[in-house]
Design a protein around this ligand. Structure first.
Ligand code: MLT
Length: 264
């Protein structure tokens, strides 16, 4: 399925029926990172590729985090979904928190996966600008090689070649334009701290115990700030907790989703 917005084309796939869940992928990934979650039953899985990632063509103008959130809301409109659980992994979590800020009434639940609410430090912002320059001159290779070791635990990197290859293949489907747009949007994203106490839907915060990009301390801080939020730590997993330990992740997500009532 596809929709055209002002400067971007969004493609998504769907699977299953039940409570709608929009799974927003992280950077520099695609909806394929959620392949293992589509086996969760009783769910209408909605799986967008952000512009320039996976099957969605690159945007024709810079995008903000709010533009990505607008795309998610437009997909919900096109799919006839009034309210959904919005689940976001890392950058996808930044987008999910923007959806919460812009349109809380469209949520019936929130899953924040290996993500955080705080904005970039000055050093992180500068790092993104340097990375944009590298992508301009040499393509996305250095971004992939820089991020891949942080995505998975050392044990998985050592023992599960096929998992490493799976993540690399997903990253290689990202276009340079998509990567640059996402770097800029993440660098400029607002602080979402003020959104957390206003969240009025059931929220699951979930993180790999060995995540070094958005460590469990970030998730614990979000849990404390979000009324009634639940925190689950996933063993034997780093930044891609849903992919690296899908069994444990899916158990926690399925239990959480079973308790969700879509808004009427
Ligand atoms: C991601 O996994 O989406 C990114 O690591 C997020 C970030 O760079 O802030």
């Amino acid at each position: 399925m596809q929709i055209e917005l002002a400067h971007s084309t969004w493609r998504w796939t769907e699977k299953g029926s039940g409570t709608p869940v929009v799974w927003i992928h992280g950077f520099p990934l695609s909806a394929r990172v959620y392949d293992a979650q589509t086996s969760i039953e009783g769910v209408r899985h909605i799986l967008p590729d952000l512009p320039g990632f996976g099957d969605s063509p690159a945007p024709s103008a810079p995008l903000s985090i709010d533009d990505y959130a607008g795309g998610i809301l437009a997909i919900m409109d096109a799919a006839g979904v009034r309210s959904a659980v919005v689940a976001g992994l890392s950058m996808g979590g930044y987008v999910a928190l923007a959806v919460a800020r812009l349109a809380m009434e469209r949520l019936c639940g929130l899953i924040l996966i290996d993500t955080k609410e705080t904005p970039d430090s000055d050093a992180a912002r500068q790092g993104r600008m340097d990375s944009i320059e590298k992508v301009e001159t040499a393509g996305t290779g250095s971004v992939i090689e820089g991020m891949l070791p942080k995505m998975l635990t050392e044990q998985t990197a050592r023992e599960k070649r096929e998992t490493v290859d799976q993540v690399r293949t997903i990253m290689e489907s990202a276009s340079a334009e998509g990567v640059k747009a996402a770097f800029r949007a993440m660098a400029e994203r607002p602080d979402a701290s003020a959104v957390l106490p206003r969240i009025e839907v059931p929220t699951l915060v979930i993180v790999g115990r060995e995540d070094s990009i958005t460590p469990p301390s970030d998730s614990e801080r979000m849990r404390q700030a979000i009324p009634g939020a639940e925190l689950v730590l996933i063993d034997k997993a780093a930044h891609l907790s849903n992919l690296e330990n899908a069994e444990e992740f899916n158990r926690a997500a399925a239990k959480f989703l079973a308790g969700i009532e879509p808004r009427r």
